[in-house]
Structure formats: C-alpha cells, structure tokens
Write a protein that binds this ligand. Sequence first.
Ligand code: ASP
Ligand code: CP
Length: 311
Amino acid sequence: MSHLLSVADLGVQGIEEILRLTDSFVEVTERAIPKVPALRGKTVVSLFYEDSTRTRLSFETAAKRLGADTMTFSVGTSSVKKGESLRDTVQTIEAMGVDAIVVRHASAGVPWQIARWASSVIVNAGDGWHEHPTQALLDCYTIRQRLGSLQGRRIAIVGDIKHSRVARSDVLAFTMLGAEVVLVAPPTLLPPSLEGWPVTVEHDLDQTLSKVDVVYLLRMQLERQREALLPSLREYTARYGLTPRRAEHLGPDAIVMHPGPMNRGVEIAAEVADLPNAVMVDQVRNGVAVRMAVLFQLLGSGTQLEGVDRG
Ligand code: ASP
Ligand code: CP
C-alpha cells in the first residue's frame, strides 16, 4: 500500500491487515507511556481544508505516539487566504521535507490529485461527499470489538446519506466484511442513483430498528446541502431521529454508532447518545489506534517492533 485513498483500494485483505495491526496499537495505547519509536525521523503533516476535531487530532496523536514529528496546516491561517493554489501549497509543504500528507478537502478526488503531484504518502481524511476511509476502518474495528464480527450482521445507516462520505466508505467496508446494509432516509436525502450500491432501502425507521445489530446515525450535512431537502429539522427528527422511545425497539445487544460531530436533539436524542450501547466514545478511542496502524503500514516499512505484528 503506497497511499490510503479509498476503502476499495484496500480490499478485504487490506482491511483485515489494518484491523489486525490495530489490535497491537490498542495494546500500545493502553500502556502507561503509550508510545513506540516506529516512525522516529518521519514527518506527518495534516493538510485540512475543511473543519475537523476527531480526524485531525487523532492522526496527530497517532503520529506522535509512533515517534513521528507533526505539522499542522489550517487553511484559515495560511497563505491560501492570499490566493495560493493547492498545487503550490503542496509543493511548499513538501519542500520542507515531509513523509506523509493527511488531507481533507471539500472537493471529491483531491487526495488522488495530490498523490499525482507529490512524492509523499497521501492519506485521505475525507474528500467532499466521496470517501472517508479511516472512519470506515475505525467503524469496522469498533463493531468487531462489540459484536465479534461483521459477517451476517444487519447495519442500518440512517440520515443524510446523499452528502455523506462516511456512508460511502462504510457501505464498502461493511459489505466487504460480510454485513448487510440497509439505508434509511427520506428520498431527498438518498443519492439520486443507488446503482451499484450493495444495499437495500427503507423509509420507515420504526420498522427497521428491531431487525438490526447496528444503527449508524448521520448528521444533517447542511454545509453541503444547496437546496431545501426537508420541510424542517423538527419533522426530520419526528420521523428519523433516534428518540428514547424508538431506541427501545433495538435488540438488547444492538449498538448505536455515529461518526461525530453529533447534533443532539436532531438525528439522536441527548439521552440516547449517552446510553451504554452507544459506542461513539469507543469509535473515537479506536480511531487513534486505527490511524497508528495506517501510518505504520504506510511509513514503517523495514521497522520491526516488539509486539507489533504486521499480520
Ligand atoms: N465527521 C464526518 C465527516 O467529516 C461526518 C460529519 O461531519 O458529519 O465526514
Ligand atoms: N468523524 C469525523 O470525521 O469527525 P471530524 O469531522 O471531527 O474529524
């Protein structure tokens, strides 16, 4: 693997390798000093053209826990504000000597474009509506941790699927690992065509909840919506929000997931987000170990670490 751009590039074997490696890094993150010197001398830069809390901080934490140096780029305080192009920005950053660029951008395909220009390793941290591969990896890891396996599991992804890169990467990864995915959304929040998506569609959340092992909620991605797709958020919540009453339909072992950031009171009620079967905190915690595994896989060739098995 020379870059991580898409879940599709990883394939089942690639996903399995990262998840196996993640087990070793979970163990590292639980140590009193959660660090290993696997990437000492390497530099990882986060090049984020869109806002982020979890992805950026967890990549930076992951890099530091592997002994790498980190650089952070925030568009709002950079020379992009003075008109510098993406290509010149990438060239400038590379000239300082970096080994990996973790990129998030509002336009689909930007990580591929950068991979053509740059000689560093490129990691896609979210490109427009298109993909968010490390989110899918940490979601698979979290489901396995809670439910043992994805094989034969039924997963409902609920909400603004049309604008969600998380949904696109998750559908690929979940189905590659043997899960069945059902999308639950009003027609206006589904992609115009689902041709080639290995999913079924439901419009009634109440009927779906009792039949699934995982309910995966999505935020209304208003920053990407260019027209009024819903009568109102209140009406959306009434039909598709995971309220405490609806959550009672879930089976005793079913889990509630969300990539974050949550809008409590819209797609998920505040009380539901804090239930013991809501695993959002686990998702974030696992995100650090998954990103350590990804960085180690991409940059750690030739590095032997005691207790870290490449799978
Ligand atoms: N944080 C995720 C993303 O960047 C999901 C979201 O923002 O709703 O795609
Ligand atoms: N889940 C996720 O990508 O969160 P951030 O947008 O906060 O990075």
